[in-house]
Design a protein around this ligand. Structure first.
Ligand SMILES: [Zn+2]
Length: 119
């Protein structure tokens, strides 16, 4: 049944079968306590916005088609906005988006440095 990577295939893309398996793993991962807890926190991994746990989806940091796997290290809770953007943006554009959102959310909080030097 499940045979190993076929070296005969030199195609850089991941086999459909692998993706199907990884999706299955992701589904199982979603049922774990570990994941439930992450979602319960209700924070999007990318934009750091507070999101209703129901609106958080599981996102693969490295997409399956690019060789990412359904592991704890590669899956993060993401809001639908980020998830959709990630899907449709080029990696470069996505990086750009992240920089913007993160800068916005940190500038909101203002510099903690100022407080330290205040006296
Ligand atoms: Zn988000």
């Amino acid at each position: 049944m499940c045979h190993k990577n076929q070296d005969a295939f030199f195609i850089p893309s991941v086999a459909e079968e692998t993706i199907r398996k990884e999706k299955e793993k992701a589904r199982a991962l979603r049922k774990t306590r570990w994941w439930q807890r992450r979602v319960a926190v209700g924070v999007c991994h990318y934009c750091h916005r507070i999101v209703d746990p129901e609106d958080l989806t599981m996102d693969h940091v490295v997409p399956l088609i690019r060789g990412g796997r359904s592991t704890r290290g590669n899956t993060v809770p993401a809001c639908k906005t980020c998830n959709n953007r990630k899907k449709y943006l080029l990696p470069v554009e996505w990086d750009d988006y992240l920089h913007h959102t993160l800068r916005e959310s940190t500038s909101d909080r203002n510099t903690p440095d100022g407080e330290l030097e205040g006296h």
